[in-house]
Design a protein. Structure first.
Length: 244
């Protein structure tokens, strides 16, 4: 079997197991539906490559309008990738970063971290929970249980969240061995995480529609009718969502 076929098989098997987390997916979707119905906000964040999952559901065709991504350049990769690794390990940084955001009981915060061991994500969860928001994390349970927390509390992200979903990835993320190459290739966390978070959003939408509530949803800006829909939503939320 070729390497790409082994990767496809690996991803397919892990997706099947991840989607068997039916109760957790339903719970996450219910919290998000409740938040949208109450005019709350869905916050989302991730450090390093996990920030891709924060962007995955923001300003996206078919996605909710009331989503606030926390996209801090110092925690992302496009300015200084190695520096972002240092920053995500800094205790106290989350409090400074979140000082310009307000969380409440009607809000949900989705935090993505494959290892779940670094202080920024852990402290984000603690801050949001203390403010009354529901905290959902996407993590790799096998990986996070194989390492020590880098936070002084000794806790990991899944332990300080209200609900965690496992992406069932490999320790170290990469999943495919090739001959005598000393390292594995083919990371899984982004593919699996994106599928899980989109599944939650789809389910939340169905819950809302069944309840007779029509959520504000972005369309494709590259369709004529979508451009008109999106213009209305961006004008409405421009002052409230920094990244829009």
């Amino acid at each position: 079997m070729e390497a790409y076929q082994r990767y496809f098989r690996t991803i397919s098997e892990k997706l099947k197991v991840a989607f068997d987390q039916k109760i957790k997916i339903q719970q996450a979707a219910t919290w998000i539906a409740d938040s949208i119905e109450q005019n709350g906000w869905i916050f989302t964040s991730g450090t390093g490559h996990s920030h891709l999952l924060a962007e995955e559901i923001f300003y996206r065709a078919g996605g909710f309008a009331r989503i606030i991504p926390i996209l801090d350049p110092a925690l992302m990769l496009h300015e200084n990738a190695s520096k972002s690794t240092e920053v995500e390990r800094m205790e106290g940084y989350a409090a400074k970063l979140l000082s310009e955001y307000q969380f409440g009981a009607s809000d949900v915060f989705i935090i993505s971290s494959n290892s779940g061991r670094n202080p920024v994500s852990i402290e984000m969860a603690q801050i949001a929970k203390a403010a009354g928001a529901k905290v959902i994390c996407l993590t790799n349970l096998k990986h996070t249980k194989s390492v020590e927390s880098r936070h002084s509390s000794g806790l990991k992200l899944f332990e300080v969240s209200d609900l965690y979903l496992d992406n069932f990835g490999e320790i170290g993320d990469a999943s495919i061995s090739i001959n005598d190459l000393p390292t594995m290739v083919g990371a899984t966390s982004t593919v699996l995480g994106a599928a899980i978070v989109q599944a939650i959003m789809v389910q939340a939408t169905e819950i809302l529609v069944k309840q007779g509530f029509q959520p504000e949803i972005f369309s494709s800006s590259n369709s004529d009718e979508g451009e008109e829909i999106n213009t209305v939503l961006t004008e409405k939320y421009r002052a409230l969502i920094k990244s829009i």
